[in-house]
Ligand binder design. Structure first.
Ligand SMILES: [Zn+2]
Length: 336
């Protein structure tokens, strides 16, 4: 595979704590020889497990960006055994703009793996993460949330890839140590360009999260991210477990295609449920109102399946095709 054109201005091989930039060449009118400064940190001490901590793959997901910023400021090299490589704003142009996709190329980083060495900025970042960072680590911990258009109950996540070989580390065990109240298992498809596929190609485990969203930093969820990351690092013996809060009991859940509720009309959606509610197939999910056409009655939206309300759209305005809510249910034995 072609060598990445992104260079790192710190030495990832070196012992100690180093804060710098991954420099993405970006020649534009205001800066002919310029580069985009993607923040990157390496904290390395002795021999041990190595973990890649990512946030900001989607630029409007903030809990992870804040949690990783705090961890970078907290961790010193002598507190760890092994290596942490940390990128709090992985798709930097998107994170800078506060948007899910990059304003430079509309790239959704989690659909672009394996990327391209000479592609658009988002493709170059995907290629860099897959070819320069993943080969250095045993685990990718990739913090996501609902972003501006969704709001999640706190979950750790794992995508079960159809072609994954057995890894030494086990995703569900790591999720239990992360300690979110829900552990969401998703069935992966090959060829959608996700980071989970990239991890599978590198024969390593990737676990993630969905915690909160609505373009907000929910303090308790940010704290959960920090504690969860530390509990995973302690399980891998990278940091000491002393003083860490115990993990929540995790309910393993899955979401099937029928668990997603979509808008069937453009209008204003009022939800009939709250996150965490248990609902049954056929229950009222909410109503869509049409204040611009006053003769048009509101239209109900119903659940197509039964389960726990895991995720909601926090914006009233909706268009046909927008995800309004989604459910999840305790995992069936078939998935594992
Ligand atoms: Zn995301």
């Amino acid at each position: 595979m072609a060598k990445s054109r992104i260079t790192v201005d710190i030495d990832l091989e070196k012992q100690g704590k180093h804060i710098g930039f991954a420099r993405l060449p970006h020649s534009v009118n205001r800066s002919a020889y310029g580069w985009l400064p993607i923040p990157i940190v390496s904290i390395r001490n002795g021999v041990g497990r190595r973990v890649l901590l990512l946030a900001g793959s989607h630029g409007d997901e903030y809990e992870g960006q804040v949690a990783l910023t705090k961890l970078v400021q907290e961790f010193e090299a002598n507190q760890i055994q092994g290596q942490l490589i940390i990128m709090p704003m992985t798709n930097y142009p998107a994170a800078l703009a506060g948007t899910r996709t990059s304003p430079l190329d509309d790239g959704n980083l989690n659909r672009l793996y394996p990327g391209r060495a000479d592609g658009t900025p988002s493709e170059m970042i995907a290629h860099f993460v897959e070819t320069e960072l993943m080969p250095r680590v045993d685990l990718v911990l990739d913090i996501h949330s609902g972003g501006a258009s969704l709001n999640y109950l706190p979950c750790s996540t794992s995508v079960v890839q159809p072609d994954a070989e057995k890894c030494e580390l086990d995703a569900v065990t790591l999720m239990r140590h992360f300690g979110a109240p829900y552990g969401l298992l998703l069935k992966g498809k090959s060829g959608i360009g996700s980071i989970s596929e990239a991890a599978t190609r590198n024969k390593i485990i990737r676990i993630g999260t969905e915690v909160g969203g609505r373009a907000w930093v929910e303090r308790t969820y940010r704290e959960l991210c920090e504690a969860g990351i530390k509990r995973v690092l302690a399980h891998l013996e990278i940091i000491n477990s002393q003083g860490l809060p115990a993990p929540d009991e995790m309910l393993l859940i899955e979401a099937l295609p029928g668990d997603y509720v979509y808008a069937h009309a453009n209008g204003l959606f009022e939800s009939a449920v709250r996150l965490g509610d248990q609902v049954e197939q056929g229950d009222l999910a909410g109503s869509i109102y049409f204040p611009a056409t006053l003769n048009r009655p509101s239209e109900p939206v119903f659940f197509g399946s039964s389960g726990i309300v895991l995720c909601e759209r926090p914006n009233a305005m909706c268009e046909v095709g927008d995800c309004l809510l989604h459910l999840a249910r305790p995992v069936s034995t078939t998935l594992r």
